[in-house]
Write a protein that binds this ligand. Structure first.
Ligand code: HEM
Length: 146
């Protein structure tokens, strides 16, 4: 179960990153072209947020059932002293929580902006910052492990 969930969590990463890329590209091209903010822009932001929320929930469940995490919880002091374990116990969830907050805040700020240009700029900045955090918090060294 935990292994299956880890594989799902691993693959969903690509969906989240693709959704992020599309949402950022739409926001940047919107500013560059000076066009109005439309339904497709709002949808791409919504899809990014849903993908992110889903991955976050999968991560929380994985945190609870992963053998790696169970082992880590047994001896917290040793886990925090071991860099790869500490990464999954503390750093990975923290980076992802910050990224999640940025996506949600970014969507709210985008909705509240009155000018189309401001909507695009707010989306572009918040989604790019969230994606930067996400990229920094992904365990790329495990790419070939699953
Ligand atoms: C929302 C964005 C997130 C992304 C893009 C993401 C991505 C990933 C990736 C790529 C892996 C490595 C999978 C592999 O080894 O192939 C991983 C592992 C893991 N993630 Fe996430 N994650 C996210 C959120 C979270 C959250 C919020 C938590 C916990 C609260 C979490 C907990 C874990 C754990 C515990 C593992 C390692 C499990 C194990 O090796 O048994 N993730 N994550």
């Amino acid at each position: 179960m935990a292994h299956t969930l880890l594989i799902v969590h691993s693959y969903v990463r690509w969906l989240v990153l693709l959704a992020a890329l599309v949402a950022i590209a739409r926001a940047v091209s919107g500013v560059a072209a000076g066009r109005s903010y439309g339904a497709a822009d709002a949808k791409s932001a919504l899809f990014f947020m849903i993908a992110m929320d889903t991955q976050f929930l999968l991560g929380i469940v994985l945190y609870g059932i992963s053998p790696l995490m169970r082992e880590a919880m047994h001896n917290m002091a040793a886990s925090m002293a071991d860099a790869p374990t500490r990464f999954f116990v503390a750093e990975h969830p923290t980076f992802m929580l910050l990224a999640l907050v940025l996506v949600h805040v970014g969507r709210v700020l985008t909705k509240r902006a009155e000018l189309d240009r401001a909507k695009f700029v707010r989306s572009a900045v918040s989604f790019a910052a969230a994606t930067g955090l996400m990229l920094a918090g992904i365990p790329w060294w495990r790419l070939a492990a699953v």
